[in-house]
Design a protein around this ligand. Structure first.
Ligand code: GRG
Length: 291
């Protein structure tokens, strides 16, 4: 039986709340890391990992939760650094003042550094078999680092003010947001020691989900409200950001969103065929996209 997203979210919240303190040895740094970590994120990425483990017949024990929640530490670092004055200069995140507004840019930078480093500690410092920990560590570094999320962020900064074409924008989105979501799903396959074709189908589902997620975020910047999103909206156009609605209009962006979701559903079907198991648990994640 696969847990619901809200059951997974509450285990993830509890785990993060209880375990961060053991690994941070400076009071203000701890407060700053905890402030953003416990600010009310959806926990989508570790929930995807844990749901994938369950759908593949694995058990969600403490070692698995430790490895899976590492990704939420890393994701939170990316949001803190993305909000910094030198990057997007945002005042509101997860419905609260951003980390640098509360703690100053220096401490916010260190909170991000601490969360990023601790993520790699948690992915390696657990009781899973050594080969699995090594594979998770490599995949996480590839997803988060200079060929993944950091490269996407660099493309985003460099692309400001000039129009990327659709292929370039898709590539940027796949790196900036898609790479971590791809890893989230793949990690479930690594933890349960799946075959190469199953891992490839998991990675495909995660990548398509991740692309859809960023297109949806672009659309919500145009169509959503600050209250819905917990952050400022209508910022992208003013900052000359490259976005799907900016390039294709709202209807064109919606069409690309539907295409990415169709590809995700094809990967979901393929996973069922490859493993003989049900991947209906992904439906609750796909329900995130409401237009
Ligand atoms: C600073 C190296 C570096 C990277 C930052 C991911 C990223 C790269 C920046 C975030 C920009 C952004 C807001 C993209 C939109 C998609 C996205 C990642 C939204 C936030 O993720 P959610 O909705 O947030 O899962 P919660 O708060 O629920 O965890």
């Amino acid at each position: 039986m696969v847990q619901t997203i809200s059951e997974l979210k509450s285990s993830i919240d509890d785990y993060l709340s209880d375990h961060l303190v053991a690994d941070v040895d400076q009071a203000t740094l701890y407060s700053s890391m905890r402030y953003s970590l416990m600010a009310g994120g959806k926990r989508l990425r570790p929930a995807l990992t844990l749901a994938t483990v369950e759908m593949l017949g694995g058990t969600v024990d403490e070692n698995v939760i430790h490895a899976a929640t590492a990704l939420e530490l890393l994701h939170t670092y990316s949001l803190i650094h993305d909000d910094l004055p030198a990057m997007d200069n945002d005042d509101l995140r997860r419905g609260k003042p951003t980390n640098h507004c509360r703690y100053g840019a220096g401490m916010a930078t260190l909170a991000g550094d601490g969360l990023l480093t601790l993520a790699f500690q948690w992915v390696t410092d657990n009781g899973l078999p050594a080969a699995i920990r090594a594979e998770l560590t490599l995949a996480l570094a590839q997803a988060a680092g200079p060929a993944g999320m950091v490269a996407g962020q660099a493309r985003d900064i460099e692309g400001e003010g000039h129009q990327l074409d659709l292929d370039q924008l898709r590539y940027l989105h796949r790196q900036k947001t898609g790479a971590l979501l791809r890893y989230a799903v793949l990690a479930g396959g690594i933890i349960t020691n799946q075959s190469r074709p199953v891992k490839a189908a998991l990675a495909d589902f995660g990548a398509q989900f991740g692309l859809a997620f960023q297109i949806y975020d672009d659309l919500m910047d145009v169509l959503g409200t600050t209250a819905q999103m917990g952050k400022q909206v209508h910022k992208d156009a003013g900052e000359h950001k490259n976005t799907y609605p900016g390039l294709l209009g709202v209807a064109g962006a919606e069409e690309q969103l539907h295409k990415a979701l169709q590809s995700a559903k094809a990967a979901q079907t393929k996973l069922g065929e490859l493993t003989g198991r049900s991947f209906a648990g992904y439906d609750q994640f796909l329900a995130y996209f409401k237009l």
